[in-house]
Ligand binder design. Structure first.
Ligand code: NDP
Length: 328
């Protein structure tokens, strides 16, 4: 029998947490043969609701679930963690400036990064979902100097999946036949979904679509503003699809990408494609042996270049702001 993997979820009592935990416990995160222990981290006000979720998890009698611990102390919540899904974050409220938002989240992600540094397992892998995800990941990473920087990632898989779905609708090809799509940059309205290297049923996606205006005026804004459209329709932000993307991200990270495909993830830049080193930016990535690698050598056309640069510029500004606040 395999030793259980400890998975810590922060913001466990929130909407995404509720959509995520049952899927982790059922084996969808790591595999149907991998037992898991769950650690639910919440702020004090969230503890009671987390206990309720834990009761429901018990009531599912998941064969793979070997224990649930609940805490409001990051030092306890990350103790021995192999995988950490950082979902809980301070949302932007009305009238809040970006600096205030970054500062409030620094107060969450800096101590969490330190607790990960001091208490997590040696093979810890971190996915940040809570927004602003890229910069929250950077803050946590900077607070964890003993953990290899590449273990801190930010989620752009939901954007990637949204782009796959939009391209599938446009071309009529099933998502299973769409490959090598890329989300570049920040998980924000400036993100750039790139189809120029993508393939639809083996053909170049940009040629299949052959409509730059559709790309610029419909596809890109639809993907980038999908979150707002869901809030408008549902009256609540996306939760099941965000949880699904978190599952996809970690599953791919651990189990690898197909030989003829890649995915998108926010990973620490090594300077590739002119993205300043150290920023956590979304790239085309493959995964092998438990490691993400940035796909190299793609030609970037003018259309893409300006959009990648704009999103990366936003990440640089966020990094400057959190530096100014002493958060990194
Ligand atoms: P959700 O579970 O809906 O969202 C959690 C975070 O995920 C938010 O920052 C949200 O960003 C982000 N997110 C990223 N991608 C998406 C997406 N595609 N769609 C929707 N959200 C996305 O929030 P809830 O308010 O329901 O729950 C948050 C929980 O976190 C609460 O229970 C709270 O107590 C807890 N919390 C825990 C902390 C901790 O453990 N230390 C710290 C802070 C909060 P956005 O706001 O931009 O949508």
């Amino acid at each position: 029998t395999r030793t259980p993997v400890t998975v810590t979820v922060t913001g466990a009592a929130g909407q995404i947490g509720y959509a995520l935990l049952f899927r982790i416990a059922s084996g969808q995160l790591l595999g149907a043969d991998v037992p898991v222990k769950l650690r639910l981290l919440e702020i004090p006000q969230g503890l009671k609701a987390a206990e309720g979720t834990a009761m429901e998890l018990d009531d599912c009698a998941f064969p793979l679930l070997q224990g649930i611990d609940i805490s409001d102390d990051p030092n306890v919540g990350f103790d021995g963690a192999n995988v950490a899904l950082l979902v809980g974050a301070r949302p932007r409220t009305k009238g809040m400036e970006r600096g205030d938002l970054l500062e409030a989240n620094g107060g969450i992600f800096k101590p969490q990064g330190k607790a990960i540094n001091d208490h997590a397992a040696d093979d810890i892998r971190v996915l940040v979902v809570g927004n602003p995800a890229n910069t929250n990941a950077l803050i946590a990473q900077a607070a964890a100097p003993d953990v290899p920087a590449e273990r801190f990632t930010a989620m752009t898989r939901l954007d990637h999946n949204r782009a796959l779905s939009q391209l599938s609708k446009k071309t009529g090809a099933p998502v299973s036949e769409i490959k090598k799509l890329t989300i570049w940059g920040n998980h924000s309205a400036t993100q750039y979904p790139d189809v120029f290297h993508a393939e639809v049923a083996g053909k170049n996606a940009a040629e299949v679509v052959s409509d730059e205006q559709w790309l610029a005026d419909t596809f890109i804004p639809t993907v980038a503003k999908r979150g707002a459209a869901i809030i408008e329709a549902r009256g609540a932000s996306s939760a099941a699809s965000a949880a699904n993307a978190a599952i996809d991200h970690v599953h791919t990270w651990v189990n690898g990408t197909a030989a003829d495909d890649w995915t998108s993830a926010g990973v620490v830049s090594d300077g590739s494609y002119g993205v300043p080193e150290g920023l956590i930016s979304s790239f085309p990535v493959t995964a092998k042996d438990g490691k993400f690698e940035i796909v190299q050598g793609l030609d970037i056309n003018e259309f893409s270049r300006t959009r990648i640069d704009a999103s990366v510029k936003e990440l640089e500004d966020e990094r400057e702001a959190v530096r100014g606040l002493g958060l990194i």
